[in-house]
Design a protein around this ligand. Sequence first.
Ligand SMILES: [Zn+2]
Length: 327
Amino acid sequence: MEIRHIPLFKGIDAAERRLPVLIERAKERGPVVWLTAVSHGDEFTGIPVLHRIFNYFKKNPLKRGTIYGLPIMNILGFELIKRENPYDDQDINRSFPGDIKGDTTERLAAMIFNNIIETNPDLVIDIHSDTLNSIPYIIVDRPLSDEPKVKETVEKSWQFSERFGVTVTYDIDIPGYRKYQLDKSLTASLINRANITAFLVELGGPNILNETFIRTGTKGIKNILVSLKMIDQKEPAWVSETKIETKGRMELLETITTNENGLIEYLVRPGQFAKTGTRLATITNILGKTEEVICVQRDCYIIALGDRAVSFPGSPIINVAAEEVKK
Ligand SMILES: [Zn+2]
């Protein structure tokens, strides 16, 4: 393994701030794959996943191509266990492709983005962590234009993501996608601005490391590397028992929010199918009175329940996905 650094800036203590990149090169030329993690400083699962993948090559050398691993994009956020970039409180994964003359986080995003695209990658997998109470799942980005090349890249990203072995869903519909600046995520920018195949995988457990999610990520990435003939297939392709299979493709719906302040009690579990009208959660006040019953408005699958016990009006508590309705 080779280690390179992306230089960022010089600190007041004259120390260089830089991002380490792990690199594994095979003798034979082949696909270029990037594995990236921790743009959100409190989502750690990607780090041990990368360690296990790069360790695997010690006994099972890479057959062809190159793998780049960027274990932490948000180093100060990691040290402070904070989602945003603490230098200016901006979300790195809502700042791509970045701007080399922009604000602090835009500059960081640009350094990362430019370093990735100059290697001309065939695939970029960005690892995140939804709640601990979630199923592992992949989000495929939306095309932001009708350009055939962009649509083709989205389709290729979907095809790749299906080989990972977990539930796959498109991100939320375009208006919400733009509203929440999901169109400025790393994967969205790679697909839409550079025609680079990419997807994001959510391996739950912000703030902590969960062995099941780490194994899921490691096995899924091995599936992908086998499909690219970069490593040998040692066992049949792995599929998570949590993978939701539907006839049509799924899309994330807007996160379900509450209207009342109180204690949240969930009535469903991640992975479960919920028919229209199913009760998802109740909100109870300090006297034990039920203030709100949250029901689902459309047939859907439960993807993630919030890692929180208390709701306020507008608190996002449940992520769901549903089969796409063709317009
Ligand atoms: Zn994240």
